[in-house]
Design a protein around this ligand. Sequence first.
Ligand code: AMP
Length: 211
Amino acid sequence: MSIFVFLGAPGSGKGTQAKRLSARNGFAHFSTGDMLRKAISDKEQVGLNAERFIKNGELVPDAVMIELINSALGSLSANTRALLDGFPRTLPQAVRLDSSPQTCVTNAIYFEVPESVLFERLSGRRICKNCGEPFHVVFRRPLVQSVCDKCGGNLVQRPDDEGVVVKKRLKVFADQNSALLDYYGTRGKLTTIDGNRSAEAIEQTLSGLLS
Ligand code: AMP
């Protein structure tokens, strides 16, 4: 199994790119944020345990996240190419992934984006409640206000995209990120890309890196 991890702040575009790559290049895509949100809406125990951390912009404890990702990756076949988006977010999570030959990371790709851009992207983001397609009040307005162009679902703001929580999430990210960059950097597994470009330009860079 090859495992690629996307590192980057909330709003750095890693989720958008992971969705595009999985649709076009056959990667199995795992977004731990999406997995947790689904567990919350399905009222699963793991979701109920995670909900208050997410609402407050804090990280869900490592033990919960490691169990979640292990059970997702455990059933994959040996020739799968997996893309992890949102995991690892802490050093213990990274170490744990590498501790098994099946889940040892092939390459980590860091989406570098200035913090002022991240704040603008996150606080203006709107998500389709039905299909998860992202929009933005300035940068990607829907054709009809509050309606998803793709499926007609309602557009909503994620509770953790509200101003105060966004600031907290960006701080939490900054606190953990340099340890992760050092970890993959010293193992020769880190590639940094400029995430402050159009989605199309970034997709082209990634297609070259991951082919
Ligand atoms: P995301 O959609 O990736 O921004 O994740 C939303 C929220 O889910 C985060 O703010 C965390 O509370 C939680 N979360 C997702 N992935 C992880 C992880 N690997 N470790 C800890 N918490 C996570």
